[in-house]
Design a protein around this ligand. Structure first.
Ligand code: BJ8
Length: 422
């Protein structure tokens, strides 16, 4: 990635510290991904993206800014990308998934904060992530308490728009979320200087729906008895979907899905016959958090589905494309986004229904419900999830972890024992 040093300098990054990150990433990636046998050829695209993760896409974003476009950094799957795209803006995900950034976050946040928040704040304050430097505006949301307070720190020197997400799903909450989306559209128009029209929003809705359908095709291939792709590889492409161009993302996912569907016909599998199939549910796994998948898939099991924001919550449900007024479109967006089942809602029984449905669809032998340390929402909801799964006769293992490798051996032991028991 050395070709990008000038670009990083201009972004005001801490080059020395950033070098340390650039040095460890290729080894980690090689160990986790390139060591796999018989990967689909289509994964070469995502391998290339990771190899240049702080180079190619940031350079594209800077080029777009030179053409007058604005970049919006987001942290949650409730923020509607469609609104930004309709104003010719660009969306990039900003959630941090590396322990490398955590100490930077701990300088200003309580240690007892979830690593996703600490890493995101650390990436910004330590100046070691180009995406945080490039974004013209950050978009926060009122989901968990840790994030709400982190916005106040992150917003100190970057424009910050916060969407007030309701925490219940009553009719008045849908009205409120519709109004929040309309207010967000206004903020986006102001920053971009572009008007959102019915036509531009319709086109943006279509583009993001196509991306969702393409991701859904890749996931559908994992329902086959012969698994044509590993869980690690699908996690990787899902993580990258958060900051890639949506049209390119859909194209690459569709191309990969073609290959996977052919592999299913040819009975090609990346796992030996009889490998136990696991569904993973819980808190998101932001890039480059590959720890859990790597441990599972080197412990005699395969991950066949993620009920996570870096998983099904990201692409399930399409936005209605038939609306002919902006009011109707904002409503249609609100309806789609409010179908997402995050633990910040109460009650959130829809998530349990989703997990049980996915267990059947993806023919999972068991569920690992994973919680990022100090995420009180998913930790507490784990009680209901595990109770419902046990009642349904589905084996479940609840785990808590963070971004360090300190618990890797302990996780390996527990996951190994769970897989044995299945
Ligand atoms: S829709 S899961 S992306 S809020 S893990 S930061 S909740 S303390 S990331 Fe999330 Fe949106 Fe929900 Fe998805 Fe807080 Fe929990 Fe950390 Fe979390």
């Amino acid at each position: 990635m050395s070709n990008y040093v000038e670009m990083w300098k201009e972004l005001g990054m801490d080059l020395e510290n950033h070098d340390n990150l650039c040095q460890v990433l290729p080894t980690a990636f090689g160990d986790v991904f390139l060591s796999q046998q018989n990967r689909p050829q289509g994964m070469a695209f995502w391998d290339m993206v990771v190899a240049e993760i702080h180079g190619i896409r940031p350079a594209e974003l800077i080029e777009a800014q030179k053409q007058g476009r604005k970049v919006f950094g987001t942290f949650c799957v409730y923020v509607p990308d469609e609104v930004v795209i309709a104003a010719n803006g660009i969306v990039t995900g900003l959630c941090g998934g590396s322990q490398f950034w955590v100490p930077g976050g701990e300088k200003v946040l309580p240690k007892a904060t979830c690593p996703l928040i600490k890493a995101s704040v650390g990436a910004r304050l330590d100046r070691t992530c180009p995406f945080f430097r490039i974004a013209d505006m950050y978009v926060g949301e009122t989901t968990c308490d840790g994030k709400k307070k982190a916005w106040e720190i992150l917003g100190q020197d970057v424009p910050m728009h916060i969407m007030d997400l309701p925490q219940m799903k009553r009719p008045q909450d849908l009205d409120k979320w519709t109004a929040e989306i309309a207010a967000f559209a206004k903020a986006v128009e102001e920053l971009t200087g572009n008007k959102i029209t019915v036509e531009s929003l319709n086109e943006a809705i279509r583009v993001i729906n196509e991306k969702r359908k393409a991701l859904a095709r890749v996931y559908a291939a994992r329902k086959a008895a012969n698994l044509p792709i590993s869980g690690k590889d699908v996690l990787l492409l899902t993580q990258i979907a958060f900051f890639d161009d949506p049209v390119r993302c859909a194209q690459m996912c569709n191309k990969l899905a073609d290959e996977l569907e052919q592999r299913i016909k040819d009975e090609v599998s990346v796992f030996p016959k009889g490998t136990k199939r696991l569904l993973v549910s819980g808190t998101p796994l932001a890039i480059p958090n590959w720890k859990l998948h790597h441990i599972i898939e080197t412990s005699g099991a395969a991950v066949v589905c993620e009920e996570m924001c870096t998983g099904t919550r990201y692409f399930e449900n399409l936005v209605d494309e038939t609306q002919t007024t902006l009011e109707g479109q904002f409503r249609a967006l609100a309806e789609r986004y409010m179908k997402t089942n995050c633990a910040c809602f109460t009650p959130n029984t829809g998530r349990i229904d989703d997990i049980i449905r996915y267990v059947k669809e993806y023919k999972a032998d068991g569920v690992i419900d994973v919680n990022l340390k100090f995420c009180c929402l998913y930790d507490t909801e784990g009680y209901q999830v595990e109770k419902a799964l046990k009642e349904a006769g589905i084996p479940v293992l609840g785990l808590e972890t963070d971004y360090t490798d300190a618990d890797a051996e302990q996780l390996r032991t527990r996951i190994g024992a769970f897989v044995e028991m299945l």
